[in-house]
Design a protein around this ligand. Sequence first.
Ligand SMILES: CCCCCCCCCCCCC[C@H](O)CC(=O)SCCNC(=O)CCNC(=O)[C@H](O)C(C)(C)COP(=O)(O)OP(=O)(O)OC[C@H]1O[C@@H](n2cnc3c(N)ncnc32)[C@H](O)[C@@H]1OP(=O)(O)O
Length: 269
Amino acid sequence: MGGNEVRFGEFVAVRRHGDRGVVAELVLDRPKAMNAVSTEMARSVSAACDALAADPGVRIVVLSSTHERAFCVGADLKERNSLSDAELVRQRPTTRGAYGGVLELPMPTIAAVHGFALGGGFELALACDVIVADETAVVGLPEVSVGVIPGGGGTQLLPRRVGAARAAELIFTARRVEAAEALSLGLVDEVAPAGGDRARALELAAAMAANSPVGLRAAKRALRLGHGMDLAAGLEIEDAAWRTVAFSGDRAEGVAAFNEKRKPEWPGE
Ligand SMILES: CCCCCCCCCCCCC[C@H](O)CC(=O)SCCNC(=O)CCNC(=O)[C@H](O)C(C)(C)COP(=O)(O)OP(=O)(O)OC[C@H]1O[C@@H](n2cnc3c(N)ncnc32)[C@H](O)[C@@H]1OP(=O)(O)O
């Protein structure tokens, strides 16, 4: 891939975009296996997420793929075929680290999906806040067709996106959903022209990254923690998040910049 990137193992890279690299792109780069999530790949995704979460200079993360026909095809079924039961159990915390790592990134995340995003591949996208697809995207949770269940958060994240009944239909039928229907069902949030998912995701990321990094992270906390709560409890979550920005340098700079009619220079604290 070249350019300004940091590699995490053989199959994952992080590239930085924008002035001061405020947008980080976490790139799935295992083209020989359509980005199937092996133990090694999960370890690398987990390590990349740990590094991004700890970097205050990263305002937005975009999850993308170098494979021409796939975002990610899910768990590595070849590797799984060779694992003993004990090895499968031993391997799960590593894979959990990858899915939990993406889900728990403290800054807004955008998945750029083209081609196949199936099983654990779509679950990685579901762990992001926004999913930008292109016209070639085909998404789904086919796990029950191979004798397992969506084990990367899909049984919990999908209903939160499309409702319990539609999530049940999609998981029980194991069917694949093409881009136009995926958009109509709310499985993805935008559909760009074929080949345009990454460019659109980076464009969206740049627009978000122009805003206060403190505000972005506090708003994500409120959205994530409050989702599904009753209104009173959710408002308490919002109040707690508000307190983390109310006395921040970003708030002072944002208000001053507005009144001085200039672009803010966010201190990020
Ligand atoms: C959020 C917090 C949660 C915390 C808990 C987290 C716990 C962590 C553990 C969970 C991990 C996720 C688990 C997940 O839910 C389970 C799964 O993902 S099961 C797998 C689901 N995926 C699939 O079923 C897709 C399988 N593949 C296909 O259907 C087809 O390959 C295709 C993608 C539709 C493409 O079809 P074709 O174009 O015809 O191409 P081929 O089929 O010939 O494939 C090309 C080449 O790629 C290999 N390949 C494809 N998919 C996989 C795969 N999943 N694993 C390994 N290899 C794959 C295929 O074998 C071919 O290889 P070749 O034969 O050429 O060597």
